[in-house]
Design a protein around this ligand. Structure first.
Ligand code: NAG
Ligand code: NAG
Ligand code: NAG
Ligand code: NAG
Ligand code: NAG
Ligand code: NAG
Ligand code: NAG
Length: 402
């Protein structure tokens, strides 16, 4: 950091204009399409005064990688005017919007730091308890931005009800749905998470919770990793289905219903690889990572919106998926499933931003949050180059503890 700042200062002194030859980059990018959403104006701006001009970078616009240019970070957003900016050499690297993990379980600030160090600037928690403790992870300046479901909805005899991770408030009747959802919303859940599984909630319970979530103005999202659970999630019309199907190939009728319902899917192939290899989680041996991958490809090809999520969690939980680095595993897994590198990058940036109503992020454009990941290499030719991380910024603040 110190060295680069020094180099930037020298550059500024020797070749003054080199710091801001062409302002921000977005306008003249090949294939550039204007942002579909207007960034939200922050009501309470964060007290960040920095202004940084990153020279010598190529911007990924969601589709293509542009010519070498300069981009300005102004406070916590992308700016347009480089005057007075401190210069940083982008080293000819590629600048991506910060990555979004749409299925993770960070529990501490250290976990958010691990995510930051891998360029994951937004964490979408898929269940977290106790809720007041989870809320302490929110709005951490300079760290990965955290949104989450609180307690998960599951029923007494299900695997997910098992202590220590089982939630205290279990569902054993559809009539509990309204009060249960109110509790979650009252404690700050951004959306509602349900579990579909063998010995889990009834269809009536699923339907009631999804209905109540929508009444409360929240999206619902449902864990389902086998075909029977997928059917429950589809019938309930939940907004997002978590995981892929591991035990059978998806029949055409089910795929059609997912499309008709406009449901999004987060296949989490990274955790499918781990659980299907473990008899504890795949007792009858009927699940496979291969089937999960084929099904992710089938859904993508059918036009279903796919998000990048990992199920990253505490490594000692028995389902070992590491915070941050696993997002890069998932990008590779989804390319193996048949998506293009540009598609998986959109599934880790603009698509989840829209899905979760985070209108201030997901693309690199003036006014948007300066969540940025600078890498070396061309991710459109080789998705694994996203691992070659040079620098990371969370809302304009560089994360330097990588
Ligand atoms: C986080 O910040 C947002 C936007 O400024 C605010 O609405 C929300 O209440 C904050 N949450 C916490 C837990 O501080
Ligand atoms: C849970 O399982 C026990 C025994 O396995 C059974 O007696 C009970 O009825 C089940 N409860 C529910 C809600 O399914
Ligand atoms: C919030 O969560 C705590 C701990 O899980 C719980 O005791 C409390 O009832 C919840 N409050 C609301 C308003 O939901
Ligand atoms: C994978 O899917 C195929 C085709 O539906 C099925 O026959 C098989 O049992 C599934 N599971 C495994 C472990 O291959
Ligand atoms: C595969 O086994 C699991 C239990 O491990 C079960 O819940 C699921 O229904 C089975 N799938 C099929 C297609 O039989
Ligand atoms: C489909 O879902 C997306 C994401 O939730 C939403 O933005 C869009 O408006 C929905 N489309 C329709 C036709 O409901
Ligand atoms: C893709 O990039 C990774 C990370 O830089 C590198 O290890 C790998 O060799 C590259 N693969 C090819 C085919 O170039």
């Amino acid at each position: 950091m110190y060295f680069t700042l020094l180099a930037g200062a020298l550059l500024f002194a020797d070749f003054g204009s080199a710091c801001f030859p062409n302002g921000h980059a977005a306008k003249h990018l090949v294939g550039w399409t204007p942002p579909l959403v207007k960034p939200e104006i922050r009501r309470v701006p964060r007290p960040i005064q920095n202004k940084i001009a990153i020279n010598n970078v190529r911007i990924f616009d969601g589709y293509e990688i542009g010519e070498l240019t300069t981009i300005v970070i102004d406070g916590d957003v992308i700016g347009t005017d480089a005057s007075g900016a401190e210069c940083v050499d982008g080293l000819g690297g590629v600048l991506l919007p910060g990555l979004i993990d749409s299925h993770c379980h960070p529990l501490t600030l250290e976990h958010l730091g691990q995510m930051s160090s891998y360029g994951v600037t937004t964490a979408i928690g898929m269940g977290c308890s106790p809720e007041p403790a989870c809320n302490t992870l929110r709005n951490q300046t300079g760290l990965t931005d955290f949104y989450s479901a609180g307690e998960i909805a599951t029923s007494p005899n299900s695997t997910h009800a098992t202590p220590p991770t089982g939630p205290p408030d279990l569902i054993s009747n559809a009539n509990q749905a309204q009060e249960w959802v109110n509790q979650r919303v009252g404690n700050g859940s951004d959306f509602i998470k349900l579990i579909a599984e063998a010995n889990g909630m009834t269809q009536a319970e699923h339907n009631a919770i999804v209905y109540q979530a929508h009444q409360a103005g929240k999206q619902s999202t449902t864990h389902a990793s086998d075909i029977a659970s997928y059917r429950q999630a589809v019938i309930s019309k939940t907004d997002i289905i978590q995981h892929s199907v591991s035990d059978l190939l998806l029949p055409v009728d089910l795929v059609k219903q997912i499309i008709a319902n406009n449901q999004t899917v987060t296949p989490t192939l990274t955790v499918a690889r781990v659980v299907n290899a473990n008899p504890l989680f795949n007792p009858s041996g009927n699940g496979s990572f291969h089937n999960a991958t084929l099904n992710a490809g089938i859904m993508h090809k059918a036009g279903i919106s796919i998000l990048v999520g990992t199920d990253s969690n505490l490594l000692n939980a028995g389902i070992n998926v590491a915070y941050g680095s696993s997002v890069h595993d998932e990008l590779e897994n989804l390319v193996s499933a048949g998506m293009t590198p540009a598609e998986v990058l959109r599934s880790a940036t603009i698509l989840p931003a829209r899905q979760f109503g985070l209108k201030d992020r997901g693309i690199i454009a003036p006014g948007y949050r300066a969540d940025l990941l600078l890498i070396q290499g061309n991710p459109l030719q080789n998705i694994s180059t996203t691992r070659n991380i040079l620098r990371v910024w969370n809302a304009g603040l560089e994360y330097t503890l990588a």
